[in-house]
Design a protein around this ligand. Structure first.
Ligand SMILES: Nc1ncnc2c1ncn2[C@@H]1O[C@H](COP(=O)(O)OP(=O)(O)OP(=O)(O)O)[C@@H](O)[C@H]1O
Ligand SMILES: CC(C)(CO)[C@@H](O)C(=O)[O-]
Ligand code: BAL
Length: 279
């Protein structure tokens, strides 16, 4: 596996792959890799001949009151995992490589950024869309793998690539879960043992609600009841909602087509984020 830290190095490495006729897939990450990320690398490999994984903790997508400085970092561990997963190139730009002095362009996506994480984290999706557009253009990848765990991000990035005519296919990858059901996430390590033992109550509430709604229970009352259950269990729920999958518009009743149940809830010092299909 080659490790690139400069744009010149990355361009030389990708030019070599293209000269060999290899199709490139990209896996954008912020590092502290777990099996969810490795599933993205495996999915990417199925759709291309070479995989680039980027590790970049993107300051532009963190709000001033968020956890940028304590975001987990483990470069050596990450590189070992990527090597074992058969990744071809690790792309590790420093902040000054990604955003050189004078950088003044950002990408604002409307539509799927409205509501949910867009409300909870103002400016977050501007940072995500900007860095993803840059990663797509820097690598020239034909495919980019994104986790369904970050459902709204997946829709935002898909919209952005389509709107900017970037010739890349966004590949959604199902959420990888721990044995007790919780979605793997780099921030889970900040849960205390007691909080970690408690965390599966969120996905359990979501599964109960999804099952009830799919079999005819009223949407608003079901979601309100499970929200109260979560509060009683020590969570601070931010939202628990039924949405139309691609547009993220809230639904008051089930309808044909893809629906998701999405949730965000604070537990201890972190916000748990999850979503599951309904029906
Ligand atoms: N459990 C998971 N299953 C599948 N994909 C995942 C999972 N967790 C993260 N991803 C995907 O990995 C990519 C990089 O995500 P990121 O580096 O932020 O990891 P993370 O574990 O989501 O961290 P965070 O704690 O910041 O949420 C994103 O496309 C994200 O959706
Ligand atoms: C897609 C991403 C790598 C962009 O910084 C980040 O938002 C993430 O890790 O999900
Ligand atoms: N996994 C989404 C990136 C973030 O929380 O900033």
């Amino acid at each position: 596996m080659e490790t690139c830290r400069t744009l010149e190095g990355l361009r030389a490495a990708t030019a070599k792959l293209r000269a060999e006729g290899r199709r490139i897939a990209l896996v954008p990450t912020m590092g502290a890799l777990h099996d969810g990320h490795i599933a993205l690398v495996a999915a990417a490999r199925e759709h291309a001949d070479a995989v680039i994984t980027s590790i970049f903790v993107n300051p532009l997508q963190f709000n001033p009151n968020e956890d940028l400085s304590r975001y987990p970092r483990d470069e050596q561990g990450d590189l070992a995992k990527l090597r074992a997963a058969g990744c071809d190139i690790a792309w590790l730009p420093e902040v000054k490589v990604m955003y050189p002095p004078g950088a003044a362009t950002v990408i604002d996506v409307a539509g799927p950024t409205a509501g949910w994480e867009g409300d909870a984290r103002p400016g977050h999706f501007r940072g995500v869309a900007t860095v993803c557009a840059k990663l797509f253009l820097q690598t020239g990848a034909e495919v980019a793998a994104f986790g369904e765990k970050d459902w709204q991000q997946l829709q935002v990035v898909t919209r952005m690539a389509a709107d900017l005519d970037i010739p890349i296919r966004i590949l959604p990858v199902p959420t990888v879960r721990e044995a007790d059901g919780i979605a793997m996430s780099s921030r889970n390590r900040f849960l205390t043992d007691a909080e970690r033992a408690h965390a599966p109550r969120l996905i359990e509430a979501m599964r109960r609600a999804a099952e009830a709604i799919a079999t005819g229970a009223p949407v608003a009352a079901t979601l309100a009841a499970e929200t109260e259950t979560l509060k009683a269990q020590g969570f601070e729920p931010d939202y628990l909602a039924l949405i139309d999958g691609p547009t993220l518009k809230p639904l008051q009743a089930i309808k044909p087509g893809p629906m998701r149940l999405i949730a965000a809830a604070r537990l201890g010092s972190i916000r748990l984020l999850d979503n599951i299909p309904v029906g």
